[in-house]
Design a binder for this molecule. Structure first.
Ligand code: FMN
Length: 148
């Protein structure tokens, strides 16, 4: 899919909580969708555990990684929370409305589920941004050869 190379994206950590356990996954398919009020979309492969928690609880966090946080993208991007507690040895986060937000990230948002649409092998979730904070640091850009 050569055409995908023209789309530039950041690297994001999508955080969720089922009330007992935290989970998070790395995502690049994240897109602002409306300015007033602010909405965004996140596109999930149908197997993602994080997506299942979001459908169940209706909320999630988005942390925008900085250029120095590439390692965090790798911690959350290759293993599913179904098999492993990704927060067991990870302390670099705070809780915002009960959801994990990466410490010192470029920006974070708390989102409320609004609707979804199934497109091919992904489920695109549209959500309202109900809280956000702009931080410091240059956002990390997703590059295929850095992560795969
Ligand atoms: C840089 C990067 C970007 C990713 N982007 C997405 C994405 O946009 N959507 C998606 O469903 N998975 C994406 N993934 C894969 C998930 O992060 C990965 O499958 C993760 O283990 C899912 O965890 P979970 O099952 O605990 O939700 C990405 C992985 C990496 C490393």
């Amino acid at each position: 899919m050569e055409f995908l190379k023209v789309f530039k994206s950041g690297v994001f950590i999508i955080g969720a909580s089922d009330g007992e356990r935290l989970n998070a996954m790395t995502a690049s398919l994240v897109m602002p969708a409306s300015f007033k009020p602010p909405y965004l979309t996140v596109s999930f492969d149908e197997n993602r555990y994080t997506k299942d928690i979001i459908i169940e609880t209706g909320k999630f966090s988005v942390s925008v990684l900085t250029e120095s946080q590439e390692k965090i993208g790798k911690i959350f991007g290759y293993t599913s929370g179904r098999e492993k507690d990704k927060f067991a040895n990870f302390q670099s986060f705070i809780l915002e409305d009960g959801l994990p937000v990466i410490s010192n990230c470029a920006a974070w948002m708390i989102c409320e589920y609004c609707s979804d649409i199934k497109l091919g092998d992904h489920l695109v979730i549209g959500a309202k941004v109900v809280k956000s904070k702009f931080g410091n640091g240059k956002p990390l850009l997703f590059k295929q050869d850095t992560f795969y």
